[in-house]
Design a protein. Sequence first.
Length: 149
Amino acid sequence: MKKLLLLLLAGLLVLTPIGGCAETEEASIGMAVEFNDHPACAYIAQDKGWFEEEGLELAAFDSYVTGVALAAALARADIEVAYLCLPPAILAYANAGVPIKIVAGTHKYGFGVVVDPAKIKTVKDLEKPDIRLGCLREGTATDVFLHKR
């Protein structure tokens, strides 16, 4: 149990409906992750059979292209547990009333920016008219930070 708990807590953000399963009963849970490398620990747990070792039967282990799509799946009750970034989770809670419980933090120490060092030397350089920015889709943490003013 410690191995699985540590692995999940090391992950990005795990959301689960408020409530849960009794530890003594075997539970069938629908789980989904964002299509990126953040939920690597969930893939490892699945590959090594750690969910089953702890009495969790995964009815689903789906992957969604964006956190927004994953939040919509939570709102539809397609899944019960998810790894996703905080902004889409907040949207699911605020707009659809999805009862969530955050059990691990996300992007605690910020983000990295990949730039061409010949063109970008300071953050202010990102405002130049000839500079193009790219980030993940609407509702993701990077999109929120890009548009925050």
